[in-house]
Ligand binder design. Structure first.
Ligand SMILES: [Fe+2]
Length: 304
C-alpha cells in the first residue's frame, strides 16, 4: 500500500490513513490497524491523559501519526494564541508526528471561538498578514506548517486573488506545505462556480504533502462537507488527478459522523488504490432536503 520514494519538504508518502476516533479505540487495541497511518485532531488529545492518551501512545508506537488542528486561526486578526501553540508543541514532543497541519481560515476574533472554520478575504493585505503568522508558527514549532484549503460557502467581494493563487503565494513566501482536501475543492467549486480541476492543476504540486478525501452532502443550493458519506465518484476523479499531479502523496479518508465500523472504513479507504489504477467507484453524491440548510455556515464541521 505504501509508496515512499517521493519526498516533499522532506516529508514521506505515508500511504493510506484514517482519523483516530474514539469509536474505534476498543477495536484498535485488540486488532491490527489495517491502515498505514493515523491523523489525530490535536485538540482531542491536548490535556487529555485518560484512555485516549493510552490509545494514542499505542498507535504511535506502531504507526506514523500526523497532528491535524482546528484552533490555530492563522487568518485571524487576534494575536497568535501562544498557550495553544505551547500545548501543540508539548503534544508533538509526545507524539513525534510526521507533520502538523491546520486550516487556511480564522475561527473567531476578539477571543471568541466560533468553532467554525471561516474563510478569509483573499487579498494582498490578508496574504501578507497570513505569511507573517505562518513564519512565526513555523519558527516556534521548528517545522513546516501544513495548511489545508477550507470548504467555503461564501466569498468576500473584496477578494482579489483566487484561492489557488493565495495558496501558491503563501507557499512561495513561507515554505509551508499544503494539505489538499479534494472534497473541499469540490464543495467550494460547486458553491462558487469555479472549475475544480483548474484549481487542482494550478497549485504548487511539489508542496502538497497530504490529501483529504470525504463524502459531502448535496443540500440543494449548497454542498456541505458533512464527512458522513462514502466518497462520491466526482471526488474520486479529483483525487486521481491530484495523485497524478503530485506523483503520489499521503491520503487520508475523513469520516466524522455516522462513523462506520473500522473494517468498513478500511474498505472505503482502500478504494483509493483502485482509483489510482483508473477504476472509479460508482458512488452517487448524497442528497438531503434543501430546507435543512438555511444558514450553511452553521453546518460546517469543526473537524473539516
Ligand atoms: Fe479536510
Amino acid at each position: 500500500m505504501k509508496n515512499s520514494h517521493h519526498q516533499r519538504l522532506g516529508l514521506p508518502n505515508l500511504g493510506l490513513g484514517v482519523g483516530l476516533r474514539n469509536q474505534h479505540f476498543a477495536y484498535l487495541m485488540r486488532n491490527d490497524p489495517q491502515v498505514d497511518w493515523f491523523e489525530i485532531i490535536s485538540e482531542n488529545f491536548i490535556d487529555n491523559f485518560g484512555f485516549a492518551r493510552h490509545v494514542l501512545e499505542r498507535m504511535a508506537s506502531i504507526r506514523p501519526i500526523v497532528m491535524h488542528g482546528v484552533s490555530l486561526s492563522i487568518g485571524s486578526t487576534d494575536p497568535l494564541d501562544w498557550n495553544y501553540l505551547q500545548s501543540l508543541k508539548t503534544l508533538a514532543d509526545f507524539v513525534q508526528p510526521r507533520w502538523i497541519s491546520d486550516h487556511l481560515c480564522w475561527t473567531g476574533v476578539a477571543n471568541v471561538n466560533t468553532h467554525d472554520l471561516l474563510p478569509l478575504p483573499l487579498t494582498e493585505e490578508s496574504l501578507g498578514h497570513v505569511v507573517q503568522r505562518v513564519r512565526q508558527v513555523q519558527d516556534y514549532l521548528e517545522r513546516p506548517l501544513i495548511l489545508e484549503n477550507p470548504s467555503t460557502y461564501l466569498e468576500f467581494k473584496e477578494s482579489t486573488l483566487n484561492e489557488w493563487e493565495f495558496l501558491s503565494e503563501l507557499v512561495n513566501e513561507t515554505g509551508c506545505g499544503l494539505l489538499l482536501d479534494v472534497n473541499n475543492v469540490y464543495v467550494s467549486s460547486h458553491n462558487h462556480g469555479f472549475d475544480p480541476e483548474h484549481y487542482i492543476r494550478s497549485l504548487p504540486h511539489a508542496s502538497i504533502v497530504q490529501l483529504h478525501i470525504a463524502g459531502p452532502t448535496d443540500c440543494g443550493q449548497y454542498l456541505v462537507d458533512t464527512h458522513d458519506q462514502p466518497v462520491p465518484a466526482r471526488v474520486w476523479r479529483l483525487y486521481k488527478l491530484a495523485q497524478e499531479l503530485t506523483g503520489g502523496v499521503s491520503t487520508l479518508l475523513e469520516w466524522d459522523a455516522n462513523i462506520p465500523d473500522f473494517p468498513d472504513l478500511v474498505l472505503e479507504l482502500r478504494k483509493a488504490e483502485t482509483v489510482i489504477q483508473g477504476v472509479i467507484p460508482d458512488a452517487p453524491l448524497h442528497q438531503t432536503v434543501a430546507q435543512l440548510v438555511s444558514n450553511p455556515v452553521d453546518f460546517q464541521l469543526v473537524s473539516a
